[in-house]
Design a protein around this ligand. Sequence first.
Ligand SMILES: [Zn+2]
Length: 272
Amino acid sequence: MTRPKHTRGFHGHGGKGALTSRMLRHTRDDDDELLLRERLHEFIVARLPVIFIFVAGLVVGIALRGMVFERAGCVPEELPEAEVVEAGPDLANPVRQAPKSFKRDTTMPRSGEGDASGSITNGEFSAGRDLVYVDDERVWWESDNDGVSDDECDHSIHAAMEMPFRRLVNLVSAAGWQLRVQEAYRATGTHADRSLHKEGRALDITVDRPVGEKLTPFEKIAAYEELAKLAWQAGFDWVYYENSRGTGPHVHASVRADGPRMPVLHQKGKAK
Ligand SMILES: [Zn+2]
């Protein structure tokens, strides 16, 4: 009598069994998913230091890149080793006779700087096109010695000033002195609005002994007079022995924007 019930019960049991196995399967799926999530979490956590280092590296890289670009004017231009000057201008000898004297507060020629070197070109100057990077281990550069707070670059000069400058370095060194570049190109501040320093066409220079005791203020008066003469002999278009109260005595020398430039470098042995 109870058989059908039992059967039903059996069937019922069978149904219950199927349900349980489905539930079990379902639970196993849940467990798999949970395990997968846990593994994924572990995977990410395990790699957090790597991810952090990567992101930090990216940030530092971008910051450094910014700094490099800010000081881009002070990065030496790289030339391939094979490139040499086949025939350059004579940079060892003076191009003018030495004046008999070159007293403080006087200029050569006697006319104003605008007449000799030309005024600031206003817009015709392009730092990227007209400036060249110069370096010479015999020279003392102020911007290499004044820390990073000042962004000026005394190695940046107008291409038209390279020849007289290199000649001056040779003349000063041959005389047993050390040329000191106090100021060259400066785009903003410090100088007057129409200063040729803003186009890299002016240099503020002094000299000192390369080794041993430094010059006394009294000795500087005579030494700077000799420097002013050499600057004139080196081919600068206007030389001023400036006795500035603000920056101290120095020689200010400038050139015309359309003056001769150093010959273009070309490869040795290559037909031109
Ligand atoms: Zn100056």
